[in-house]
Design a protein around this ligand. Structure first.
Ligand code: SF4
Ligand code: SF4
Length: 453
């Protein structure tokens, strides 16, 4: 065992505003990643990324192997989809995702025997040698490999990664930030990945730097994960990669908060990290990139944290994309009697789920089950004009104005106050003493703006 490095005197980075909700990480943070047994059937939604849905490229009743492409990118901001089990495809169906989008799915009935399962799958996914020889990798091929593999942002946003990995000489990239903050309460999938497969993250970071031409890499981890910080520092050794310790605060992992905290660079309203020469990729995303480039494995599975006081045995699971929530929860012992709400993701940015046939998608970082104790059931009252929502918004927006404009459909006000810039982090609603559903209203305002302008 290598000696621990003293973290006490290392600088800690943070951003203005934000909140400190209780972390609740203890439910699953010590649960090593387990492989979910292959389910009988998966249903793979054609839209599980930002942008256009993928286009089906396979007939019903076709035999598929894990990793076969079943739908191809439907536009520049879109990506490929793959079979996550070996088996036979069935006729397409329609489902409603937790965010309310109705999408087509491709069902696959799994064969009783799978080529890669259990420990062998875990080893292929996380273990073994991750040495990378960049001299043998054409930098311009990496973005294409990410598209081929269907890689998206694994932190929840699901933005297609090939777009971020394209080199553009008119817009040079100076910094690559690897996001290991995992600031949502309860979620621990990224934490476990850093502990159990740091070398896959490093390999992916080096590959991403090669693709983007960035000169610096910073791996950013919140200070509530000292074991992950130690593990990553040891794994890096003498490579020129920084580990930056971020103060535990929500939403530290939001791209704008993170770029400001780690580099002191402000992203303009409505802009992207690219506008200030930065690419931000989640730890799970770069590990996926390494799996594709070094092992030819597309994005067919993801690590999902199943957690909260309402689930019998919280776990971190490696799950085939398209597995329904019910199967995942049953493997974790099912729901406790006092379970009151099931959330896809964490409680701050996740969506409530009422139908357990909802499938795990590339963006499903967790399934959180809360009891009435954690839910704020207090009634909504009138705005008391306390200004707490404004004081807490990390993007300096005016949530109370946005919510009001959304309620009364004032398009001009929505635009004047930059409704589209809201990242739906939920800080404003968390602070509001009147329990006004600010995020739901602002989300509706964003949709109204999109459809009426
Ligand atoms: S307005 Fe949007 S970005 Fe600002 S705190 Fe509320 S949800 Fe977060
Ligand atoms: S926090 Fe709630 S009560 Fe206070 S100003 Fe904002 S909307 Fe009004």
């Amino acid at each position: 065992m290598k000696a621990a490095i003293s973290l006490k005197n290392l600088p800690k980075f943070t951003f203005r505003k934000g909140i400190h909700p209780p972390e609740y990480k203890s439910y699953a943070e010590h649960q090593a990643i387990e492989v979910l047994p292959t389910p009988d059937t998966v249903r793979i939604p054609l839209l599980q990324h930002l942008g256009a849905p993928a286009k089906v490229s396979i007939e019903p009743r076709a035999a598929v192997k894990v990793g076969d492409i079943i739908a191809e990118s439907g536009g520049f901001i879109s990506t490929n989809l793959h079979a996550s089990v070996s088996g036979k495809t069935a006729r397409e169906g329609i489902i409603t995702l937790p965010n309310g989008r109705r999408v087509t799915t491709i069902p696959i009935k799994a064969d009783p025997e799978q080529e890669l399962e259990g420990d062998a799958l875990k080893q292929a996914f996380l273990g073994g040698d991750w040495n990378v020889n960049l001299d043998e990798i054409d930098a311009s091929s990496i973005s294409k490999a990410a598209l081929q593999a269907g890689i998206v942002g694994m932190g929840g946003a699901a933005f297609p990664s090939h777009v971020k990995l394209m080199r553009n000489d008119d817009r040079p990239i100076t910094d690559l930030i690897i996001n290991g903050c995992e600031c949502e309460p309860f979620l621990t999938a990224d934490h476990r990945l850093m502990l159990e497969s740091p070398q896959s993250i490093l390999a992916g970071a080096l590959i991403a730097r090669h693709a983007t031409g960035a000169t610096r890499i910073s791996i950013c981890i919140e200070d509530n994960k000292p074991d992950a910080i130690q593990t990553m520092i040891h794994a890096i050794g003498d490579r020129d990669i920084d580990v930056k310790i971020m103060r535990s605060k929500y939403p530290q992992g939001g791209e704008k908060s993170l770029v400001m905290a780690a580099l002191g660079k402000a992203i303009p309203t409505g802009g992207l990290p690219l506008d200030v020469g930065v690419v931000v990729l989640n730890v799970g995303t770069v590990a996926s990139l390494a799996r594709m480039v070094l092992r030819g494995m597309p994005l067919t599975h993801r690590i999902v944290t199943v957690t909260g006081p309402g689930v019998v045995h919280p776990k971190n699971l490696l799950v085939p994309i398209g597995t329904d929530f019910e199967t995942v929860l049953q493997y974790c012992g099912g729901l406790k009697e006092e379970a009151a709400r099931i959330i896809a993701g964490g409680p701050m940015m996740g969506f409530s789920v009422t139908d357990l046939s909802t499938p795990v998608t590339k963006g499903t970082s967790g399934i959180t089950v809360l009891t009435a104790k954690e839910l704020n059931a207090a009634a909504t009252t009138a705005c008391v004009r306390c200004g707490l929502c404004v004081d807490t918004c990390p993007l300096d927006l005016v949530p109370t104005k946005l919510a009001m404009a959304a309620r009364y459909k004032h398009l001009e006000v929505l635009q004047r106050y930059h409704v589209d810039a809201c990242m739906e982090c939920g800080c404003c609603a968390y602070q509001c003493p009147a329990n006004i559903p600010l995020v739901q209203l602002i989300r509706a305002g964003k949709i109204y703006n999109r459809t009426h302008s």
